[in-house]
Write a protein that binds this ligand. Structure first.
Ligand code: SF4
Length: 209
């Protein structure tokens, strides 16, 4: 597969709201809110939360119930509100209110998994990381870029086949592709800009003959 051509097809795609942010606080909080939540819902919840709590210190002053109210209806809003409370406390006490820039430090924070940590590093700190979520995992396998069983393997294998200059953009490109065409069930291959190079599409076409 021609990787440059692949990214050329995707370059005009609008990026998800959280990936377009450059402020580490916004990307971190937005990344946590976005798990199991539609982008439109995440965007509204993040904007509402930031309007009331524009920084870590202010957010830390809110009780869990208030955070819950502001982020509702994101998925698992009750658990996420509790994690956000723990997260702000930890960042203020341990990191003087700064978002750390190392993967292991980010992973040690409450509510922060690998997906959110790599999103913060790539989107907010401009570091060469690949943020692999379910969209990136599914699409990378369908396209034939990798043949993997889980997100961690996908991240590792993608780093071998995708030039480093594209690592940061894979997540936002594939998330948009996943929302518009490459749905988990019934992908809309006929309209997809990658249909001529996609393994899944080729296999489906040849088995239909
Ligand atoms: S051609 Fe189909 S399976 Fe392949 S990336 Fe596009 S939508 Fe997904």
């Amino acid at each position: 597969m021609d990787i440059e051509e692949l990214f050329h097809h995707l370059e005009d795609f609008e990026r998800p709201y959280v990936s377009r942010q450059r402020n580490p606080f916004l990307v971190l909080i937005g990344g946590i809110l976005s798990t199991r939540t539609k982008d439109e819902v995440t965007e509204k919840a993040l904007k509402r939360l930031i309007e009331h709590a524009p920084d870590l210190k202010k957010l830390n002053e809110f009780p869990v119930e208030k955070i819950e109210e502001l982020i509702y209806p994101v998925g698992f809003y009750h658990t996420k509100a509790k994690k956000l409370k723990m997260l702000t406390k930890t960042l203020l006490e341990k990191y003087k209110g700064k978002i750390p820039q190392k993967l292991d430090q980010l992973l040690s924070l409450p509510g922060v998994g690998r997906k959110v940590a790599t999103l913060v590093l790539s989107a907010a700190f401009d570091k060469d990381e690949i943020c692999v979520d379910t969209h990136v995992h599914r699409i990378s396998n369908r396209l034939g870029l990798v043949k993997t069983k889980n997100v961690l393997e996908t991240e590792r294998e993608l780093k071998k086949v995708i030039p480093q200059k594209h690592w940061k953009e894979i997540n936002s490109c594939f998330v948009t592709l996943g929302k518009r065409f490459c749905h988990p069930k019934r992908p809309m291959c006929t309209y997809c800009p990658l249909k001529n190079t996609c393994h899944y599409r080729r296999r489906a076409a040849s088995s239909a003959k």
